[in-house]
Design a protein around this ligand. Structure first.
Ligand code: ASP
Length: 341
């Protein structure tokens, strides 16, 4: 009898050991953002797209430029949150900085469609009341994230597209530009080539503010060479963008068609809400298991109501950064980076 009990105990211990090894492997990519269980007063996490970036295909100069750009965006949101501003303000201002920077596939640096145009998508969501706003296929709104926020606050709709979205933005006094504004200058031709090959550059931001509210926003030029007014996951609430104070805020980047079909952002929230999973477990299950099995490459940034941050991605790299009230922060590009900036 005693022998049987000890054999059973050994088997149980073995199973627990194997389980924990598997778990620590899956979480390796997330190492730099493992936060303790202490609740954060505020937290912010950003992305500038996921893709095949590596030290071989990103020159030291570009590597540096991206880190500087990520830090500038992160510091913008960080300042707003640490001074007691709202998550929505932090997200809009942070994303505007990245939209105005031609390094990213959003706003100014948007990639080209098959026809050589730039069509932009963006969304924002307020986790306190599930209000959301989005624009899709816009060609002349300088900052689509601001248009998305205006749709959320000043209209009774969630998503406006194309010419109608532009008309609304104009009426609301938003900055309208000539479509040629999005045509990148010669200096960035090389960058466009990289963006085309590696499909990265979408930008996103999630935040928890001192008032306990979560919000998420995402902005993109979409997939290079897209055709037929294709719209991706970014402006679709629950696919590329989602926030709910009860669970988490999520912003995605990657092959949009998969993120739409697997309703990635909402799936992470639902796993937390209905199955009680932690932010880390829920986001890693969706990105590193479900999406990998489906063949969908990319990643997400997310933050929960305690200020825990998670950044799982199944691509080679992801432009990303985070900062939390306890002073932890950093910007990263490649998979195994753990050093702070
Ligand atoms: N998810 C975006 C889209 O499919 C593209 C990206 O994140 O790179 O439009």
């Amino acid at each position: 009898m005693k022998l049987r009990i000890s054999i059973i105990s050994i088997i149980i211990i073995l199973f627990l050991f194997i389980g924990s090894c598997k778990n620590s492997n899956q979480t390796a990519a997330n190492k730099q953002v493992d936060s303790d269980s202490k609740k954060q007063e505020w937290a912010i996490v950003i992305h500038g797209g996921a893709g095949a970036m590596s030290t071989e295909n990103l020159t030291p100069d570009l590597d540096k430029e991206y880190r500087v750009a990520l830090a500038e965006a992160l510091n913008t949101g960080k300042k707003i949150l640490s001074e007691g501003g709202t998550a929505l303000d932090a997200i809009e201002k942070t994303i505007r900085i990245m939209e105005d920077n031609p390094l990213f596939n959003a706003g100014k640096g948007a990639v080209f469609t098959h026809e050589g145009r730039n069509e932009l998508d963006a969304a924002i969501m307020d986790g306190s009341n599930l209000a959301a706003g989005a624009v899709a296929g816009v060609i002349d709104i300088r900052n689509p994230i601001t248009a998305a926020r205006t749709v959320m606050t000043n209209s009774s709709h969630v998503m406006l597209t194309g010419a109608g979205a532009s008309e609304f933005a104009r009426e609301q006094g938003l900055e309208i530009v000539l479509p040629s504004y999005f045509h990148t200058e010669k200096r960035y031709d090389e960058l466009q080539e990289i963006l085309m090959k590696e499909k990265h550059g979408t930008v996103g931001c999630c935040a928890l503010d001192k008032h306990g509210n979560l919000a998420a926003g995402t902005s993109t030029g979409g997939m290079t060479n897209k055709r037929y007014n294709r719209v991706g996951d970014v402006p679709i609430i629950g696919a590329g963008t989602y926030a709910n104070n009860a669970t988490c805020a999520v912003s995605a980047t990657g092959h949009g068609e998969y993120f739409i079909r697997w309703t990635v952002a909402h799936d992470i929230s639902a796993l937390m809400e209905y199955k009680g999973l932690s932010l880390k477990d829920a986001s890693e299950l969706v990105v590193n298991d479900k999406l990998v099995k489906a063949g969908g490459s990319g990643g997400v940034i997310c933050v929960d109501k305690s200020g825990n941050v998670s950044i799982p991605f199944n691509s080679k790299g992801m432009f990303r950064g985070f900062a939390t009230a306890d002073g932890k922060e950093g910007v990263f590009i490649y998979r195994d980076e753990t050093a702070s900036k």
